[in-house]
Design a protein around this ligand. Sequence first.
Ligand SMILES: Nc1ncnc2c1ncn2[C@@H]1O[C@H](COP(=O)(O)OP(=O)(O)OP(=O)(O)O)[C@@H](O)[C@H]1O
Ligand SMILES: [Mg+2]
Length: 345
Amino acid sequence: MENRSVPNIIGESLAIQRVLDQASLLADISRPVLVVGERGTGKELITHRLHYLSKRWKHPFIKLNCAALTETLLESELFGHEPGSFTGASRLHKGHFEEVGEGTLFFDEIASMSPRLQEKLLRVVEYGEFSRIGSSQTLYTEARIIGAANQDLPQLAETGHFRHDLLDRLAFDVITLPPLRSRKEDIEPLANSFGLNMAKELHRSYFPGFTSGAITELIGYPWLGNVRELKNVVERSVYHSSPERPVAKIIFDPFASPYRASPSGQQMEQASLPLQSDQGNFIDQEIRSAPDNFKEFIENIEKKILYKTLSDNQFHQRRTAESLGLSYHQFRGYLKKYQLTEKSR
Ligand SMILES: Nc1ncnc2c1ncn2[C@@H]1O[C@H](COP(=O)(O)OP(=O)(O)OP(=O)(O)O)[C@@H](O)[C@H]1O
Ligand SMILES: [Mg+2]
């Protein structure tokens, strides 16, 4: 039986469906591909899919992180070396271009590759030729090359930080993964899937899902860390929730605590209230009679409570919303109403 493991990519948005269609079309075309997008959008996942949907699936899939290896290490990992080709190279070492055979070689964070290695890679991509370090013998590779980047490669080429000719060769086609905030329809199915997996991991018999308020919060969040951040937030929230009830509390920030020190190392308790002095002390005074202006009176109370809670939470909006029992959206509405937005983060 085949041991093909095509990763399951969740998403109902048109944007992700287009990406899946593009990957299916590209899988069997033996040309380089670039996969680009913000961090955590699923670049590695889609690269696996390209490999496992292709005829190469029985051959190796080798990933190299260009940002994590020094230039010399990356070079010897890729091309291999002959014995004695440099100090410490006592035995023949076959590089990934040889080992991968007809498989896929995935260059993660390709924008970090040094100019010299970019030049060597260009030769491989162009002619399929390479040689081990310390050897003049030409070897040939059948590998498929996929590169991933979260930077704007054409712009890096414009500013001289990435070779134009290599970019042209690698960009036979480019898969662009959209950020999660631009495909909000995917948030709920992704959250349900991550929640279900977490419930299984916790040996819970079922996953009761999220409350509608929790879903609204998840959808309203900007997700700068994209799907990876969503996965972490959902897993944490499920872990903290009761097994029988739908998850109501979304824990965005695991560091949230009233005792958390502010960046300057001081607690923010002394922060002064932005209330005008004529609005100031009303909350402490006894209400002997009905206020002259009921609406203004209530608004002042709201404003004072908001500011006090913000201050208690080091002006962190999500934590403040949580401690007031408000959804993030409701809380943002109040901040806007009272123009407290620039003070908080
Ligand atoms: N559409 C999706 N369906 C299911 N899981 C997903 C999806 N997209 C991303 N993930 C999950 O989110 C996490 C991040 O994905 P991945 O590592 O592929 O992102 P990336 O773009 O390579 O990130 P980075 O730029 O930080 O390397 C992984 O756990 C991955 O399984
Ligand atoms: Mg990645």
